[in-house]
Design a protein around this ligand. Sequence first.
Ligand SMILES: [Zn+2]
Length: 172
Amino acid sequence: MLIHLQQLPEGYSERTSQLPIDSRLLEQGVFKKDVACRARIDRIQQQIHIRLTYQAEIEFECSRCLNFFSHCISDSFYLIVKQRQSLASQEENDDDFVELYYEADAEEIDISDAVRDEIITSLPMKPLCDESCAGIDSTRFAQKNRNSGEDVDPRWDALWKLRNRSEDTNSR
Ligand SMILES: [Zn+2]
């Protein structure tokens, strides 16, 4: 998503655009189409304030039942774009918004990566097809548990061994 500095008027303006899907986004889920973006822009000379709203339809894999499901995400964030000054005069970013800098001779600013970063951080770490998803069909695992008698996670084995070893050492 490009902002052309020459064509960008002083004061308020609006843009809509489609954000192309790149490989980083595809790692998160299957995007059905490009992300729809709407930018409300306020330009005050060299400073550009953008309230960006995006909407996308994504196909996730449920982290419990492993079935695929479609989900619509929509959110907005605040972006401030400034002309780069000397390093010393750059203020601290207080993290309430994303800050981008452009060079004095730049003709356009690409905010695509900033938008993709925001989308990726807003996506669920463990997507669920439904809050009450019951998980994988348990009949598939019933046979296994019946054979082993007690259902003990094999990862505990190493801890039990460590504990037994330290008890041996203490009793000596
Ligand atoms: Zn599920």
